[in-house]
Write a protein that binds this ligand. Structure first.
Ligand SMILES: Cc1cc2nc3c(=O)[nH]c(=O)nc-3n(C[C@H](O)[C@H](O)[C@H](O)COP(=O)(O)OP(=O)(O)OC[C@H]3O[C@@H](n4cnc5c(N)ncnc54)[C@H](O)[C@@H]3O)c2cc1C
Ligand code: FES
Length: 260
């Protein structure tokens, strides 16, 4: 794990609440995996003191991209950075996603900014020739951001929103059941919604397929030292263990995560 000052190439607002940043990552020698994240210093002042974790949205030959929701002080400060500034990051951090070698068709289920975390996985699926279907769920059509990018990668994109009354859990659950059979899905990945993750957990158990989830927790150190980011995982002895999202995750086996 290394600290870097990455030159910002672009930082633009892409909808009412979301921004998209591209940085020059040519200084990073380590491989960068879908599902990994960077811990980012959001501005020059002392406050916000803590860095903020952001997933890697796209991994390119010499650049990486972030898609982020402007939520609180950290991301407000980040949105003020401009092309030519440097982004102070630590990373890449954490465990990324795995596509099983025998998977021919995968399903991504992302809610809100959760799709920013799953998008790089769609990129890897395209490189590996694995068919990808993505259910994008959001409050409004304006929040369905990665749809064009995923379509360009060859993914089948299904959009559901509260605005269109298409995103309630029962409807999405029925849709997933249909896709599991129709598209012969052999792996399911989810991020961004506890309710959809519970559905995905039931689905992978019912169909006996591989599943992974990317968890989001507030972080302090992102180096495994402060335990700010712990969550519960079922262990092999039928008990529950606490794990750190920053080190053991953020990607975990879907069947093991305690969501309730
Ligand atoms: C692995 C990972 C990947 C993520 N990827 C993305 C992504 O790709 N795009 C995206 O938009 N979001 C992503 N997130 C969520 C993102 O990190 C938060 O939305 C971001 O931290 C918001 O920061 P903020 O200061 O703007 O707002 P907030 O975090 O909402 O700030 C609100 C309050 O929370 C407090 N707070 C913040 N961090 C902590 C902390 N560690 N402990 C205690 N209090 C805290 C702040 O001080 C503030 O008072 C990811 C999260 C994780 C864990
Ligand atoms: S953020 Fe400190 S242990 Fe994970």
């Amino acid at each position: 794990m290394k600290a870097h000052h990455l030159p910002i190439l672009a930082n633009v607002q892409v909808s009412a609440r979301y921004w998209h940043m591209t940085v020059d990552a040519s200084a990073i020698e380590e491989p960068i995996r879908p599902g990994q994240f960077f811990h980012i210093r959001c501005g020059d002042s002392l406050y916000p003191f803590l860095r903020r974790p952001l997933s890697i949205y796209r991994i390119n030959a010499t650049t990486i991209e972030f898609l982020y929701l402007v939520k609180g002080r950290g991301t407000i400060e980040m949105s003020k950075l401009q092309a030519g500034d440097q982004l102070d990051v630590v990373g890449p951090l954490g465990q990324g996603f795995t596509i099983p070698s025998d998977a021919n068709s995968i399903l991504l289920i992302g809610r809100g900014v959760g799709i920013a975390t799953l998008a790089a996985l769609a990129q890897e699926a395209a490189i590996e020739g694995v068919q990808c279907t993505a259910i994008l769920s959001a409050r409004s059509r304006d929040d369905l951001l990665a749809a064009d990018m995923l379509s360009e990668l060859g993914a089948t994109v299904i959009k559901v929103t509260e605005e269109d009354n298409t995103s309630d859990v029962l409807q999405v659950s029925a849709l997933i059941h249909e896709l599991m059979v129709k598209s012969a899905i052999s792996a399911v990945y989810t991020c961004g919604s506890k309710r959809l993750s519970l559905v995905a957990q039931q689905i992978i158990e019912e169909y006996g397929v591989f599943g992974e989830i990317a968890l989001e927790e507030h972080m302090g150190c992102a180096m495994g030292a402060c335990f700010a980011c712990v969550c519960d995982i079922r262990n092999d002895q039928d008990g529950v263990s606490s794990v750190r999202v920053c080190i053991e995750g953020p990607v975990f086996p879907l069947e093991k995560v305690v969501l309730a």
